[in-house]
Each structure stands twice: as structure tokens, then as C-alpha cells.
Design a protein around this ligand. Structure first.
Ligand code: GLC
Length: 642
């Protein structure tokens, strides 16, 4: 049982739900864990005062929590699993690209409602440097809205409206780094020693050179190395991402305390889920890759346990795009099980789906999924196909090898397939941050272009257009039924293609992730009534799938996922088991030709009766053909027991 479950028990045993009293109880319940986590990172003998500061800070932060949010917190504690519900369907969007500013997003609430979206991830909206700023991931503040997006009042109005409509809001907390224009960085540049300690700053190259021996490079083409020389200080600063993103130094407890205050100020703007950006990088240690270190986990859990005391209705989403067996650890392990992040990006599923599209086979998906330990009870995934970032090939080499493929060769094949190195491939993506030293590379491109629509439209090839639409729909149907919160990347609902305009912008041209960050195409939205357009086929299918998901209780995440082997290497089958022998059997064909699966084991599972099966998507009963269920290319079935 995690801490949240304890709070639920305590709260439901109380007759009067007084927020202050509940705060006291949460504080007392989490205190031992907070103490242990704090002193696991900070030395007991040196930092006792800072611990006392933290204890004094929590009531202060609770007092700053707005009344409405405190009341909502109490409701959320008791409802517990609201975020695991089948009702959750998210959309990720850039405010400016979507509809100009925060007011523009507010105006589009009917659009979200039409599609069935009830959860918005707004990409960074806080102040940032005016030139390059990594799409706002270089922050000048954690709670001041950038003028270009609107005002604090606009955000409060939007978050209030979302609450009123039972919708949810997610914002980023860029916890690992600030921009080089952040007030602390500015003071550091002016020679302020206190603030120089807030970052990893060195007088000469001795320690940076030591670090470089084991640190990988995140953006090797654009920002090679992990340190940047600052001429004002005449010192070297750790900049793991871009030169203008300075890594915070969490070995100083002052940094933790100030960041906790920043976090609370941000969530008080009406944030339901905090996307904990690049959290794997929080702790640095010589001789290691400085990712996923135990101290980073303890820090995340410490943030969580404190935030749970102050604002228990707010969740953490782990943005840890790391190896499959590392991702799950952000949901907590051992004493922190379920007490770290409640949600994590299912980056492994995402990468495996792209792998299955390219290979037309599901073997690696099965092998990898079967080897991921079950997640803690009160946690869930964000399932997605595309986001604003590149696609990293987070695949396990061991499993690739077990399938008889050479891991390096296989990765090269995937890059070639998606990045226009194979004539026959329908995909049109671009290679991102290829590192010739390691042979590693990632993939940029929009879902539709990677799934063949761009090339098919160029060639005016009706068959290929249809295939591409079917692929998009199948992947959407998988993330909607896998278990967790599906997040649609804005534009994918209308099959947006690559946008090459970034090449003309000097602040963007060196970062081809911008190929998949295009302005929302409202002209196409106006034409969605024309059901013949490929974009309409994607939109209306997605809308239908969302509405079915919302009516299907088994699709809520209760850790009720079971993989089944269909005996066909092109087919993926998983079941979402339900109570009272109910359930949904998801069957999908990753091949470009029709495939069959044997009806007899489908019957054993209870999804075939008297040779008839029922598909929720087409809402039709069908008969097996000579004992086999046939799937058209890229078809997906959501079978329900008859
Ligand atoms: C996350 C963001 C990415 C950004 C990086 C650095 O990975 O998704 O866009 O570049 O953090 O902040």
C-alpha cells in the first residue's frame, strides 16, 4: 500500500473533511519517509538545518494553496484512481501553434469535447530566452507566463474552465535545468558564489574532463560535450542538453528547497499533472552516465512526498525516456513503491510499436513487454505514438539478439527504414542527432509521414493512402486500449504531415524535431465533414474509438493486461480482463497482407461462441471462416465476450 492509499484510508475514516486537519495528518503520515529520503541524499551531520527548513516550509506552502484546489485535493484523495479511468484521453499541444495563445486554447474547448479529449498537456508556456530556447524547455521562470502566450489571469481562467468541465491540465516542470537567463544563473554569472553553487560550475577543465569520460551526449550534433565555457565567470558550466540550459546542482539542499517552492507555485495555477521533465538526469556522479542514479530516484520521491502533503490532488508524470527496465523504476521500488511518480511515459511501447511497423512483426514487442515487471497498483502509463520529441530506439539489445538479429544492424535498419534510406520504405522521416562515434541515432517526423501518408499523397496512390490511414488508426486504437492514459499529439488526429518550415528559421533549423511541430491546420478541421479525405478518416475513427473506450470499463487501468500469443508473427493480441468474466480482447495485424488467427483459442478465452465473435469497433458480429478469424492489413479488433 502506498502513501496515497494511506491518505485515502485516513480521509475516509474522518467524518469531517477539514482540509487543515487532513494536511496535518498527511504531514505526520509522510514525515518519516520524507526524513529518510532527505537524509539519503543530504548528509545528516551537515544538513539538519535544511531539514528543519523543509519542515517549516511545508505548512507555509499549504497555506498558499488556493481554497478551491484544497477542496479538490480532498475529493481526489478519496476518489483515488481518477487518473486510471477509461475516461482519461489526453492531447499534447503547443499553445502558440495550436491556436495562438491561452485564450485561443480556451476557445477550442468545444473541439476537444467533440473528439473526446478531457486532458490537456500544454507545452512550456513560462518565460524563456527570446532566441533559441528548446521549445521553452529553457526556462526563465517556473510560474511566470510568457507574454506571447498570455497572462497568469488567462491561465487561471483556462484551468478554472477545465475544472468546471471535469477536464485536466498538465504542465511541465523543468526540474533538471534552468536557462542561462534564469535569475540564479544571472547572479552566478555576476560572480555570486551562493548561486554558483546552484549549478555545476568549475574553474577549469579537470573535473569536466573526468565527467566526459563516462557521460553520453544528448544532442551530439548540435551541442557536443556536456560543459560550456562561460566567459563572464571564466568558468565551465555543466550543460547536458543545450549550451543555454544549465544543469541544477541538487547536491545543494537549497536548490531542492527553492525548487519545491517553485513547483508548488506552478501547481497552484491549477495543474493536475506535473510532467517531470528529464528527471533521470537529476543527480550527477563522476564515473557514471549520471542518469537513473539512486539519488535521482530519492529526490523525485522526496519531491513527491512533500507535494503530496501540500497538494495531494496533483500527480507526477515521469519523463524518463530511458531503457525499458529503468523506466518502471520511476514508479517507485521497495520503500518508495508507488511513492515516486504515479505515471510514466510508456516509451518502450512507443518504440516497440514503431519497430513492429517497420518489421511487420510482433516478436520483439512480445518479448520486451513480457519482461517488464508489473507496475505498482496505484500507477499508470501514458501511452503515446508521437510527441514533440524524436523517437529514440529504446529497445533491449538482448531481446533483439534473441530473435536472431544483430542489434546494431537492426537499429541501422530502423533508422534507414524511417529516414529515407530505403527506396521501398513508405516512411518519410529524418535522422535526428546521429552520433558517428556510437552509431546511435533517433528519428524525427510526424506520425502520418512516418506511416507513409506523405509519400502516398505525393504519388497520389490511393492504395497506399488507405494503408497509411489504417496504420494510423491501428496505432491509435492500441494506445487507447493498452491500459493507461492515451495522449494524442495535436495534429495527429487530422494526420498532419511533416512541416519543413523550420528550416527557414535560424533558431530552429539545427533541431529537426521541429519537423513535427507544425501549426494546427484549422482549414483541414473545417473540411472534416468530407468523409472521403484521409484526414477525416483518421479524425472520425479516432473519435469513434475514444467514445467506445469511454464506455468500456475494462479499458480503465487496473493492471488488467494479459498478453496472448496468437501463433502468427504479424499479429499482436492482448486482453484487458474485467470482472465477472468480462473483458476485451485486442487483436491487431501489423502486416500489409491479410492474416488469420485460429478461432479455437479465441473460443477458449471466451471471445468466440458458436463460431461468432463480436467486435466493438465495427459493432458487428462476424463468423469465423473455416475456423479462422481473418484480419485485413493493419486491422484491429476489440473483441467483447458474447
Ligand atoms: C525533455 C523534453 C525535450 C527537451 C529536454 C530538455 O526531454 O521533452 O523536448 O529538449 O527535456 O529539457
Amino acid at each position: 500500500m502506498n502513501q496515497a492509499a494511506l491518505h485515502r484510508l485516513i480521509s475516509s475514516s474522518l467524518k469531517e473533511k477539514n482540509p487543515e486537519l487532513l494536511f496535518e495528518k498527511r504531514f505526520a503520515t509522510n514525515l518519516t519517509l520524507i526524513k529518510d529520503l532527505f537524509f539519503s541524499v543530504y548528509d545528516k551531520k551537515i544538513h539538519r538545518k535544511h531539514f528543519e527548513k523543509l519542515l517549516a516550509l511545508l505548512p507555509k506552502l499549504f497555506n498558499q494553496r488556493p481554497e478551491t484546489l484544497r477542496t479538490q485535493d480532498v475529493e481526489r484523495i478519496e476518489s483515488g484512481d481518477w487518473f486510471q479511468s477509461e475516461q482519461m484521453v489526453g492531447m499534447q499541444l503547443y499553445v502558440d501553434l495550436f491556436n495562438k495563445d491561452l485564450k485561443g486554447v480556451l476557445e477550442k474547448i468545444p473541439y476537444f469535447n467533440d473528439l473526446g479529449i478531457n486532458f490537456l498537456h500544454l507545452m512550456p508556456i513560462m518565460t524563456r530566452p527570446s532566441g533559441e530556447n528548446d521549445g521553452g524547455y529553457a526556462v526563465n521562470s517556473y510560474h511566470e507566463i510568457d507574454k506571447g502566450y498570455g497572462t497568469k489571469k488567462d491561465l487561471l481562467k483556462l484551468s478554472g474552465k477545465l475544472r468546471e468541465k471535469s477536464m485536466y491540465l498538465m504542465l511541465d516542470f523543468v526540474v533538471n535545468h534552468t536557462s542561462d537567463e534564469f535569475p540564479w544563473a544571472k547572479k552566478a554569472k555576476q560572480g555570486n558564489k551562493k548561486y554558483q553553487k546552484y549549478y555545476h560550475i568549475y574553474d577549469n577543465r579537470t573535473i569536466p574532463d573526468e565527467f566526459e569520460k563516462s557521460l553520453p551526449e544528448v544532442f551530439p550534433e548540435k551541442a557536443p560535450g556536456n560543459f560550456t565555457y562561460n566567459p563572464e565567470m571564466e568558468k565551465w558550466v555543466m550543460t547536458v542538453f543545450n549550451e543555454y540550459q544549465w544543469d541544477l546542482n541538487y547536491s545543494s539542499p537549497e536548490v531542492f528547497l527553492e525548487m519545491l517552492e517553485n513547483l508548488c507555485k506552478m501547481v497552484n495555477l491549477g495543474v493536475d499533472i506535473v510532467r517531470f521533465d528529464a528527471l533521470a538526469f537529476l543527480w550527477k556522479k563522476l564515473g557514471t552516465i549520471s542518469q537513473n542514479l539512486p539519488e535521482a530516484h530519492n529526490l523525485v520521491s522526496l519531491f513527491k512526498m512533500c507535494l503530496q502533503v501540500v497538494a495531494p490532488g496533483t500527480l507526477f508524470l515521469a519523463e524518463a525516456i530511458v531503457a525499458p527496465h529503468e523506466i518502471i523504476k520511476y514508479l517507485g521500488q521497495g520503500a518508495t513503491e508507488g511513492n515516486e511518480c504515479e505515471v510514466a511515459y510508456n516509451a518502450s511501447l512507443m518504440a516497440l510499436l514503431w519497430n513492429s511497423i517497420a518489421t511487420k512483426k510482433t516478436g520483439l514487442l512480445y518479448k520486451s513487454m513480457a519482461n517488464i515487471p508489473e507496475k505498482p497498483e496505484y500507477c499508470t502509463w501514458v501511452n503515446y505514438i508521437r510527441c514533440h520529441d524524436d523517437i529514440g530506439l529504446g529497445l533491449d539489445d538482448r531481446f533483439i539478439a534473441e530473435l536472431g538479429w544483430n542489434p546494431q544492424g537492426h537499429r541501422k535498419f530502423l533508422l534507414d527504414y524511417y529516414c529515407q534510406n530505403l527506396d521501398w520504405s513508405p516512411a518519410k522521416g529524418v535522422l535526428f542527432m546521429y552520433n558517428p562515434k556510437t552509431g546511435d541515432g533517433r528519428i524525427s517526423g510526424s506520425a502520418a509521414s512516418l506511416l507513409g501518408l506523405e509519400k502516398a499523397l505525393e504519388k497520389n496512390d490511393a492504395r497506399q493512402i488507405e494503408t497509411s490511414v489504417n496504420k494510423i488508426n491501428m496505432l491509435h486504437a492500441i494506445i487507447l486500449s493498452f491500459g493507461g492514459m492515451p495522449i494524442i499529439y495535436a495534429g495527429d488526429e487530422i494526420a498532419t504531415l511533416n512541416d519543413y518550415s523550420f528550416l527557414k528559421d535560424k533558431t530552429k533549423k539545427d533541431d529537426n524535431r521541429w519537423i513535427n511541430r507544425s501549426k494546427h491546420d484549422w482549414k483541414t478541421v473545417e473540411r472534416l465533414n468530407n468523409k472521403k479525405l484521409p484526414q477525416s478518416k483518421v479524425y472520425h475513427t479516432l473519435k469513434k474509438l475514444i467514445s467506445i473506450r469511454k464506455k468500456t470499463k475494462e479499458l480503465a487501468d487496473g493492471n488488467n493486461l494479459e498478453l496472448h500469443h496468437a501463433g502468427n508473427e504479424h499479429v499482436l493480441v492482448f486482453e484487458r480482463t474485467g470482472v465477472d468474466k468480462q473483458g476485451v480482447l485486442v487483436v491487431c495485424n501489423f502486416d500489409e497482407t491479410s492474416q488469420v488467427i485460429n478461432g479455437s483459442w479465441v473460443a477458449k478465452l471466451g471471445y468466440l461462441k458458436n463460431s461468432v465473435f463480436y467486435d466493438l469497433i465495427t459493432a458487428k458480429k462476424s463468423e469465423v471462416n473455416s475456423g479462422f478469424i481473418e484480419l485485413k492489413p493493419y486491422q484491429i479488433l476489440w473483441l467483447k465476450k458474447l
